[in-house]
Design a protein around this ligand. Structure first.
Ligand SMILES: Nc1ncnc2c1ncn2[C@@H]1O[C@H](COP(=O)(O)OP(=O)(O)OP(=O)(O)O)[C@@H](O)[C@H]1O
Length: 211
């Protein structure tokens, strides 16, 4: 079983991935944030560091793809390779912060990698509106994320919504997390696991469901 959690910055993926891993006894794979050599610089000057950061994330995510393939265990993954390309890199290109030739080079590499990527058995999209994202980013208080603008989050959210519509290579479960606080309210976490259990039980019937 390979489950992946997808969603915008501050949606609550990392917390939920850890909680689900504990609950179901799955291994968990996090994103490369600590020790990421580009992330802080990227938030200071996106245009300068866009290509470098995207290559770094693409490589680290591809490493995870290989780990998942070779592990033979049930794994939950915090964010996927699809988001790097279809959301983050695309947004940088569309907003003029990644040049066409860099984007083309990046996409060529991504397409090559994609031929070796097996989609997760279940993708869980945590849908959150801007106020929720902003609150969570401020709450965790990473200094380099304080420069994230609402425009940036809004563009990413638009691309996430498009991604949810276009995602056809596997099953997608959409959970609206605007009113949920599973980190602090056990009932909310029970709600999420119930939805996942139901979805896993009815996998043959539905490819996309929404709660
Ligand atoms: N491909 C990418 N391009 C640009 N920034 C990225 C990319 N992938 C991840 N990031 C950034 O790296 C950091 C990852 O932090 P983290 O793992 O805590 O996840 P997050 O996106 O904030 O999610 P959550 O709060 O839902 O756990 C965020 O600032 C995120 O936007």
């Amino acid at each position: 079983m390979h489950v992946a959690i997808t969603g915008n910055i501050g949606a609550g993926k990392t917390t939920l991935a850890q909680m689900l891993a504990n609950h179901y006894g799955w291994d968990v794979l996090f994103e490369a944030v600590e020790g990421n050599p580009y992330l802080a610089d990227f938030y200071g000057d996106m245009e300068r560091w866009a290509f470098n950061l995207q290559i770094y994330f693409l490589n680290s995510r591809f490493e995870q793809v290989k780990t998942i393939r070779d592990s033979g265990k049930s794994v939950i993954q915090d964010r996927t390779i699809y988001e790097d390309a279809f959301i983050f890199a695309k947004n940088l290109y569309e907003t003029g912060q990644m040049t066409p030739r860099d984007y083309e080079t990046y996409r060529g590499l991504f397409e090559n990698m994609l031929s070796l990527v097996r989609p997760p058995d279940l993708m869980i999209y945590l849908r959150a509106d801007l106020p929720k994202l902003v609150r969570q980013i401020q709450k965790r208080g990473r200094s380099y994320e304080m420069s994230i603008s609402e425009d940036y989050l809004a563009s990413l959210n638009d691309l996430y919504e498009q991604f949810a519509v276009d995602y056809k290579v596997g099953e997608l479960l959409i959970i609206d997390v605007n009113e949920l606080n599973y980190a602090e309210r056990p009932d909310d976490f029970r709600f999420v696991t119930k939805v996942i259990d139901e979805h896993l039980a009815s996998r043959v019937n539905a490819r996309t469901s929404l709660v």
